[in-house]
Design a protein around this ligand. Structure first.
Ligand SMILES: NC(=O)N[C@@H](CC(=O)O)C(=O)O
Ligand SMILES: [Zn+2]
Ligand SMILES: [Zn+2]
Length: 419
């Protein structure tokens, strides 16, 4: 049956549209028409008055934990969390168990994803076992369907190795998706090095770890001509390094995540392990720089770095707990609360950062409401206030510092291929 999305605010930055309109989804799951007072026989009518109708949100940084860590998240719960957060597509990162270092694993994930609540794309691992000793068979990974090659959570240390990896990526026309961190600076630090780490008596990670990683990786992107995508930018210096590199024409794109403009390292007070993540939550000055980077386009997109961990892992002393926080089900609310409500970004700019840019940068379908395109659509209420309840999450895990926090902006529904 056709679906008629009635009377919503249709915002489609890719086609320059922002107006109250109806949107008709055809039987074949594509967008059939957008306009005023559309009617159709035998149609399911969905009242969208007061809601935004947007191209489906795309999150290119998700830890789906498939394969091997399904006690944290699995295909069903991860894509259900995506849907509940307003995402119609996600890309999963390769630090699974085993890592996504072989075409057979890519094929298995894509097979599992058939019929799931969201489209799933895969980022392949740069090296066998993510040990960064032997390159993975990137060409085979590409044939199996990966959208990029990366090293999330296990940043390549040897610059010569990374240079070779980037040369292959360049040849294969795949972006290199980098966790930028010099682990020789990090050592066994557990949070941002600064006032709060001193008060808490926790071992700090100096911001130089991220900044060196960002600068080094950009230099190698310039050297090889490989497209570098910088994951989870969290420091003011990294924003500045990316900005400078872009001004010189370097082949670099960059993302940040809502936690880096919505939270600071003060969230670690009380030894709250849900505030332990990599990179670390930083300071107010960093938050301001991240926001400035989003405004001027230095930061192309917003991803979540959804990193589920089981309660028994997070309920340990701070130094022992794993790094990572959930993101899929709070992302849109954080973005609207912290960027749209204060007038920093318009809804159209948000859709640009959460749908248009990820589609464009990773050459994915979606990112627009073009007639004839698959109906991947997110419907959300930009004004609804709601209180985060981690027990209501569709994710299998509960590790969010946002429990009990009131947010503005709530996903209502997603359509994936009209379904
Ligand atoms: N972000 C995190 O703190 N953790 C991620 C790894 C990563 O993104 O580096 C994870 O896989 O748990
Ligand atoms: Zn990372
Ligand atoms: Zn990550």
């Amino acid at each position: 049956m056709e679906k008629l999305l009635k009377g919503g605010r249709v915002i489609d930055p890719a086609n320059g549209r922002d107006e109250i309109a109806d949107l008709l989804v055809g039987d074949d799951g594509t967008i059939k028409a957008i306009g005023a007072n559309l009617t159709a026989a035998d149609t399911e009518v969905i009242d969208c008055a007061g809601y935004v109708v947007s191209p489906g949100l795309i999150d290119i940084h998700v830890h789906l934990r498939v394969p091997g860590q399904e006690y944290k998240e699995d295909m069903a719960t991860g894509t259900a969390a995506a849907k509940n957060g307003g995402f119609t597509a996600i890309a999963c990162q390769p630090n699974t168990s085993p890592p996504i270092d072989h075409s057979s694993i890519v094929k298995d994930i894509l097979a599992q994803a058939e019929g799931a609540d969201a489209r799933v794309y895969v980022v392949g691992a740069v090296s066998k076992g993510l040990k960064n000793e032997e390159l993975a068979e990137m060409s085979e990974l590409k044939d199996a369907g990966v959208i990029g090659i990366g090293d999330d959570a296990y940043p390549v240390y040897e610059s010569g190795f990374l240079r070779r990896a980037m040369e292959y990526c360049k040849m294969l026309d795949l972006p290199y998706v980098a966790h930028c961190e010099d682990k020789d600076i990090t050592t066994d630090g557990v949070m941002n090095e600064g006032y709060v780490s001193t008060v808490l008596g926790l071992k700090g990670i100096n911001r130089a770890a991220e900044n060196i990683g960002t600068a080094r990786n950009i230099i190698l992107a310039e050297t090889t001509g490989c497209h570098l995508h910088v994951l989870h930018v969290s420091t003011k210096e990294s924003v500045e390094i990316v900005r400078h590199a872009k001004s010189l024409g370097a082949p670099v794109t960059a993302e940040t995540c809502p936690q880096y403009f919505a939270l600071t390292d003060e969230a670690c007070y009380g030894y709250n392990t849900n505030a332990k993540m990599s990179p670390s939550l930083r300071t107010k000055e960093d938050q301001e720089a991240i926001v400035a980077g989003l405004i001027d386009g230095t930061l192309d997109l917003i991803a979540t770095d959804h990193a589920p961990h089981a309660p028994h892992e997070k309920e340990q002393e701070f130094a022992r707990a794993p790094f990572g926080m959930l993101g899929l089900e709070t992302s849109l609310g954080l973005v609207i609360t912290h960027l749209v409500k204060p007038g920093i970004l318009t809804l159209s700019q948000v859709i640009e950062k959460m749908s248009v840019a990820p589609a464009k940068i990773f050459k994915l379908p979606g990112g627009s409401l073009t007639i004839g395109a698959p109906a991947d659509i997110t419907i959300f209420d930009p004004d609804a206030e709601w209180t985060v309840d981690v027990n209501a999450f569709k994710s299998k895990s509960r590790n969010s510092v946002l429990h009990g926090v009131t947010l503005t902006g709530k996903p209502i529904a997603t359509l994936v291929g009209g379904r």
